[in-house]
Design a protein around this ligand. Structure first.
Ligand SMILES: Nc1ccn([C@@H]2O[C@H](COP(=O)(O)O)[C@@H](O)[C@H]2O)c(=O)n1
Ligand SMILES: C[C@@]1(CO)OP(=O)(O)OP(=O)(O)OC[C@H]1O
Length: 157
């Protein structure tokens, strides 16, 4: 049994789509990044790589590589799933949280869980996604950015 933790932050800017958990959320701002800046999927990937003690996403998908410019993070998640399989592990469950003052994530949470589970080829019940504000405190509270944390547990196949 192996556990991993992941954390990511992206800045909210104008003229970018807000993509979280593979779902495009209508909002006046989106997350900035070299990739599609899917903060939740990045935290989940780091928790899975962490459980394998393989390092972090920057090691495998460097932000200096134009191959990853505006990349769909779900494609990267698929690659991380293949690492888990190759190392002889399977996912027990993932739990995660999105920390955002706005917009409301609740209407999109189940779609995120379904998309993530599909890509990882696991049951939706194995994917937890939650959301919280920070009661207007800190950078998330000032709506300057959104952060996300994730934990994952892997078992030997
Ligand atoms: N961006 C967000 C933040 C929160 N939620 C949901 O609202 C509930 C209350 O949030 P508090 O930060 O005031 O505790 C929270 O439990 C989430 O269900 C949300 O959907 N989107
Ligand atoms: C996936 C990558 C690829 O450039 O996405 P970024 O948008 O740069 O996001 P970040 O979480 O800062 O770093 C991870 C990168 O590897």
């Amino acid at each position: 049994m192996r556990i991993g933790i992941g954390y990511d932050v992206h800045k909210l800017v104008e003229n970018r789509k807000l993509i979280i958990g593979g779902v495009t959320i209508p909002h006046e701002k989106g997350l900035d990044g070299h990739s599609d800046a899917d903060v939740l999927v990045h935290a989940i990937m780091d928790s899975l790589l962490g459980a394998l003690a393989m390092g972090d996403i920057g090691k495998f998908f460097p932000d200096t590589d134009m191959k990853y410019k505006d990349v769909d993070s779900m494609l990267l998640l698929k690659e991380v799933a293949s690492f888990i399989d190759e190392k002889g592990y399977k996912i027990g469950n993932i739990d995660s949280v999105i920390i955002a003052q706005q917009p409301k994530m609740a209407p999109f949470i189940d779609s995120m869980r379904v998309r993530i589970a599909q890509v990882l080829e696991i049951d939706v019940e194995q994917v937890g996604v939650k959301a919280t504000t920070t009661e207007h405190l800190g950078f998330e509270g000032r709506k300057e950015g959104i952060s996300s944390s994730s934990v994952a547990i892997l078992f030997k196949k």
